[in-house]
Design a protein around this ligand. Sequence first.
Ligand code: S3P
Length: 171
Amino acid sequence: MFKVVLTGYMGSGKSTIGALLAQQLGCALVELDFEIEAAAGISIPTLFAEKGELAFRKLEHHSFEQWMQSPDSFVMSTGGGTPCYYNHHEWLQREHVYSVYLKGSVATLAQRLQSQKAQRPLIQNLPEAELEEYIAKHLFDRNYYYLQSRFIVPIDGKTPEEIVMEIRQWL
Ligand code: S3P
């Protein structure tokens, strides 16, 4: 049994890398954001808007714990905040858990997120001029959790295929 858990900030490519990696390893892909949307019956932006972030975090917690406690093998793409709540970071170093931090620079993340703000409630309403500063501060807080992943892959300037290859060489 193995669980590959991809962590990283919004825009770091967890979903793209997760899909490629699961395909290559021939195992299931768990997209935590989709699990939460399925459980809530509404999209994440609607969930944030109608029930608030706390309701989202509770569903995220429930779904994450359920998968981590299951006997299943999978590649999981977490949400950007998943390791940062409810002691979830403690799972990152457990036996059979291969946690990988997709580490992007503030500049790379800001550039990618500029065109993807609408689906992400935490940054949806930020003026473009403030995005980079917001990410820099947020990443500073969150790095403590991300850095508890067992393998760290810098992603700047790399293709998804190169990143997947690095992860596979480590596994
Ligand atoms: C969040 C990241 C999102 C999603 C939710 C909250 C966060 O996932 O879980 O909007 O707290 O960083 P992605 O990292 O896939 O965008």
